[in-house]
Design a binder for this molecule. Structure first.
Ligand code: LER
Ligand code: MN
Length: 273
């Protein structure tokens, strides 16, 4: 497996779930700490200068694990279950831009809270809006070698797709080969009755994993059952990215350092390839 850390541009909202801000310095810091790559949490595709990023990655030996999209919801209020046509077009333009970027960097684009909620509306209508957008973007992404990964998110943040079983239900409805799942163990700890069994039951769709401890602090700082997480990932033969997405507590540098030290210190044999 590979270990990444979530970062964002300097102008990301304070609520963005990232450790470091400011793309250049974040990539250099993550590299110095021993991460294999970074996940880019973007508000807009225009934040990235492709040739500058390519040179920076070459210089640091780092990779981009994925592009994540939480701020498209948090800062711009765009989502897959939106009914307004103009807003849907704006979301399409933004996601197509992320997919174009991912075709060069990471080949994965995440859908977290950007899927949108139900919020008292008809569930079938919301599912139709979601599936329609997911199919359109999957087809655009497939031509560019990119996979879209839907993330189950806990009920206190959104009321649609909270656990792995619900996520797989939606993935089957979307029914596109490059539409898959990104479990986040922080959300699983709240929503999935048994973390290991949920990974194993939904093994065919585990394409990327977010790591945080039970309190969303650095791995090792809470009561997440890490042995169970690693045993089940091993049991399903998972060999992709595990990316640390945590609150910068007590401060960004300490959080990022504690995370990599705990994971590579205790579970280093899973990262030897
Ligand atoms: C995003 O990866 C996430 O985990 C959410 O809680 C916030 O969008
Ligand atoms: Mn997450």
């Amino acid at each position: 497996m590979k270990l990444g850390v979530a970062i964002a541009g300097a102008e990301a909202l304070p609520s963005a779930f990232v450790v470091f801000r400011g793309i250049d310095q974040s990539i250099r810091k993550a590299s110095a700490l021993g991460y294999d790559g970074v996940e880019l949490a973007l508000m807009r595709p225009e934040e990235i200068d492709k040739s500058h990023l390519k040179a920076l990655l070459k210089d640091t030996g780092m990779e981009i694990s994925a592009i994540s999209s939480g701020q498209v919801w948090a800062a711009r209020h765009l989502c897959f279950t939106e009914e307004d046509k103009e807003k849907r077009e704006e979301l399409k333009r933004t996601f197509c831009g992320f997919i174009d970027l991912a075709s060069d960097f990471g080949q994965m684009v995440n859908i977290g809270r950007t899927r949108g909620g139900i919020n008292g509306r008809d569930k079938n209508l919301c599912e139709e809006l979601f599936v329609d957008m997911a199919r359109y973007l999957s087809e655009y992404a497939q031509k560019r070698g990119v996979t879209l990964i839907l993330e189950p998110v806990n009920r206190y943040e959104i009321d649609f797709v909270n656990n792995l079983d619900e996520c797989v239900e939606q993935i089957k409805l979307v029914d596109r080969p490059n539409f898959s799942m990104m479990p986040d163990v922080f959300h699983m700890n709240i929503e999935d009755a048994h973390i290991g069994e949920a990974f194993i039951r939904n093994r065919d769709y585990v394409s990327y994993v977010h790591f945080a401890d039970s309190n969303r602090h650095a791995p090792g700082d809470g009561h997440m059952p890490w042995d169970e997480v690693f045993d089940s990932l091993k049991a399903i033969g998972y060999n992709g990215w595990t990316t640390i997405e945590i609150l910068p507590f007590p401060d960004p540098d300490t959080a990022a350092e504690r995370g990599v030290k705990f994971i590579k210190g205790r579970y280093g044999e899973h990262y030897s390839n």
